[in-house]
Design a protein around this ligand. Structure first.
Ligand code: ZN
Ligand code: CU
Length: 495
């Protein structure tokens, strides 16, 4: 994992080590985010930036940290989140900073908090972000300005949700949009991009997105051409028709010239277990012709709104929240149905509006997709669920501790790269995602022997172990097992 690379690197290669700085980490193993082997070195931080990496024995610091037996890495970038509202209502962002996450990408799966004002409960899955009282940003720029005026602990990269645009522009979501509606959605998308949105997300699997034709999506995605953003998709089908959905996704990217990101890649249901062999082959083939990327959450269960259609008894379904029956939260649908003397489908209908965890994936597929060198890491955590999927609190330490260290599925350096340098490049985040002089001091110090997720399906909100210190912009946001209350996050606007 490490060699002795004590040569000095500063922003100015000819410069001597700084005489004085804010923070110095001494004798840590620096895993710089590029995927190259860790080196034994000191790291100096000053004015919110990394200023030197190497032998800094002569440097004095306000805060001198012994990082022996610790890894120093760039802060992790959670590329797939639904933290749009958590950034406002829980700005300490404990579920994220406790994992070493310093930047979140919000607005995934076709739903974002803006641009939309809502009268009455927003249709599922928009309600995963909150009820109508949270949908108050008519313009995406207003949302970004609000985030910047009262920042959270972490940085945000913000996508515009296709379903959010649909709800704002259409009276009936069960059909494709008309030309006028597409024009209106396109205008709002354009304004959002001007304000700094990072791209467009779709959730074509969900009822509120499903009726959209490929042509509707292509017409909107064209607005992202000329390097204006990414097309990010929760695909129309991730089960029997997963390969058809890949073809649709590639087509949208090819016809518009826009880079596509396949969200939480998976193959659902026992009949499809093992099909990631084929889907990954198709994705890699497409990569030779166009810009394609993908992300994954490292679990064999998914989570979203409760869909009675999935409660036919063939898979385990665990309730994460329910408006009419909050006391059923954390229980299996099968047990609730037994108590209620009704079929599980019927129990599920009574629980709505509600959310659920679905045990629907194969560990072999999860490992195969995680092993692929292009796969980034995204938690897909749902921060407002009363009994959330453990991925909300556990994703990044699980990849580092369980999959990299314990199973040896990938090296620690590779795991860090997939959470830092790789997504920073993907989202065009300059000066982040690396431990390098001149870069912003978004950093994490962790214990490579101890780091592990501790949240489980039964007990889903336990902070991970082994994350010692997390800095955003050079300011501690997680320290000694607690949030610090500091909120140094920025909105990372595109361009
Ligand atoms: Zn999704
Ligand atoms: Cu999602």
């Amino acid at each position: 994992m490490e060699n002795d690379g004590m040569s000095l690197v500063t922003s100015d290669p000819a410069a001597a080590p700084p005489a004085h700085c804010d923070i110095v980490f001494r004798h840590g193993t620096v895993i710089d985010g590029s995927g190259t082997p860790g080196i034994r070195a000191d790291v100096a931080v000053d004015g919110g930036k990394i200023v030197a990496v190497g032998d800094l024995a002569a440097t004095r610091a306000e805060w001198d940290i012994d990082a022996g037996n610790r890894v120093i890495a760039p802060g992790f970038i959670d590329v797939h989140t639904h933290d749009d509202r958590a950034m406002l209502s829980g700005p300490d962002m404990a579920p994220k900073v406790s994992q070493g996450v310093t930047t979140v990408v919000v607005g995934n799966c076709g739903f974002s908090l803006a641009p939309l004002t809502c009268h009455g409960r927003p249709p599922a899955p928009l309600d995963l972000l909150g009820d109508e009282t949270w949908f108050v940003y008519d313009s995406f720029g207003d949302y970004l300005d609000r985030l910047e005026a009262k920042p959270a602990a972490v940085n945000a990269v913000c996508l515009v949700g296709h379903m959010t645009l649909r709800v704002g522009a259409m009276d009936d979501l069960d059909r494709s949009a008309t030309e006028d509606e597409i024009a209106l959605m396109g205008e709002r998308l354009e304004q959002s991009l001007d304000a700094g949105a990072a791209g467009l997300s779709t959730g074509l699997h969900y009822p509120a997105g499903h009726a959209a034709s490929t042509e509707e999506v292509i017409a909107l995605t064209r607005r992202l051409a000329n390097n204006r953003g990414l097309y990010v998709t929760h695909m129309r089908n991730e089960a029997d028709d997963v390969e058809k959905s890949l073809v649709e996704t590639f087509r949208i990217g090819r016809e518009t010239g826009v880079p596509v990101l396949i969200s939480h890649h998976k193959v659902i249901g026992p009949a499809n277990f093992g099909r990631s062999v084929q889907t990954l082959a198709r994705i890699e083939q497409a990569m030779t012709e166009q810009d394609v990327s993908l992300d994954l959450y490292p679990y064999t269960a998914g989570s979203t709104v409760l869909d009675p259609g999935r409660c036919d008894g063939r898979m385990r379904v665990l309730v994460t929240w329910s408006v009419p029956f909050p006391e059923q939260t954390g229980r299996d649908i099968a047990d609730i149905a037994a108590d209620w003397h009704c079929p599980p489908v019927e129990a599920a209908k009574r629980l709505l509006p509600a959310g659920a965890i679905y045990f629907m994936l194969d560990e072999g597929d999860v490992q195969r997709i995680l092993h692929n060198p292009h796969t980034m890491i995204g938690s897909d955590g749902l921060p407002h669920d009363s009994h959330p999927h453990p991925r909300l609190w556990g994703t990044f330490p699980r990849v580092l501790g369980h999959y990299a260290r314990d199973l040896g599925l990938l090296s620690l350096e590779e795991a860090v790269h997939r959470m830092t340098g790789l997504p920073a490049g993907r989202f065009g985040l300059s000066e982040r995602g690396a431990i390098r002089p001149g870069y912003v001091a978004d950093m994490v110090m962790f214990d490579p022997l101890r780091v592990i997720d501790r949240s489980t399906y039964e007990d889903p909100t336990v902070p991970a172990d082994g994350i010692d210190l997390v800095l955003v912009d050079g300011t501690p946001v997680w320290q000694q097992g607690k949030t610090t209350g500091a909120r140094p996050g920025h909105v990372l606007r595109r361009g």
